[in-house]
Design a protein around this ligand. Structure first.
Ligand SMILES: [Zn+2]
Length: 217
């Protein structure tokens, strides 16, 4: 479902099928520099912002949605879950950064609701691709974080736990109304694959990889 392209980004075949968009999930070797690009000052929130066509940093938040042709919207990650969403009917798109704080605030579901309000999107038509992110066995969290996810992750109890952030985001998308067959997961762990990805948990606190999507002009 996911493959590495020559310019060092991963692509998802579910999104490739939509000829009106382009997209990618960055790696440490990505040569890809999408432009014009709108981004955010990412603050681990559950807030999305509508990109009105201007490139550059649009404000503080952790997801961008747009229907503006020719403008890439992107989020930067190193272990957190990047999610790219497309609405094939309205030709609207979204890029989401979901770490544990964003997942605890159900940012993926809030973006789906935002697309419903802003574009009239039907969640059943949306296509979502979850990109490379830290896997559950690499992602141990303390009891105070684990507690926040009891309703989303059956393995979260009273002690430290291994959180499946990607699985949690996927469940939130299903609950928001997306169909199972329209949600793709990369299965690629940023921490397990040091040759390919930057990982905050592995000690690479500075670098981030760009994940972005565009409605072509
Ligand atoms: Zn891993």
């Amino acid at each position: 479902m996911y493959y590495l392209s020559a310019d060092g980004r991963y692509r998802c075949r579910l999104l490739d099928e939509l000829g009106w968009l382009d997209h990618g999930f960055g790696t440490r070797h990505a040569l890809w520099q999408p432009w014009p690009l709108a981004t955010l000052k990412q603050v681990h929130s559950d807030r999305w912002i509508y990109a009105d066509g201007r490139p550059g940093r649009l404000g503080e938040g952790d997801a961008l949605i747009t229907d503006h042709p020719g403008l890439w919207v992107g989020v930067r990650t190193a272990d957190c879950v990047p999610i790219l969403i497309a609405d094939p009917i309205r030709k609207a798109i979204a890029a989401i950064h979901a770490g544990w704080r964003g997942a605890a605030g159900a940012i993926a579901a809030k973006v789906v609701r935002g697309m419903q309000e802003r574009f009239g999107s039907n969640p059943r038509e949306l296509i979502a691709a979850l990109g490379p992110a830290i896997c559950a066995s690499c992602y141990e969290v303390g009891p105070e974080v684990a507690r926040l996810f009891r309703s989303w992750d059956a393995t979260a109890g009273d002690g430290p736990a291994h959180l499946d952030l990607t699985g949690i985001c996927r469940r939130q998308l299903l609950e928001a109304g997306l169909r199972e067959e329209r949600i793709a997961q990369s299965g690629l762990c940023t921490r397990c694959l040091p040759g390919e990805f930057l990982s905050y948990r592995r000690g690479e606190q500075e670098g981030r990889m760009l994940n972005a999507i565009v409605r072509k002009a």
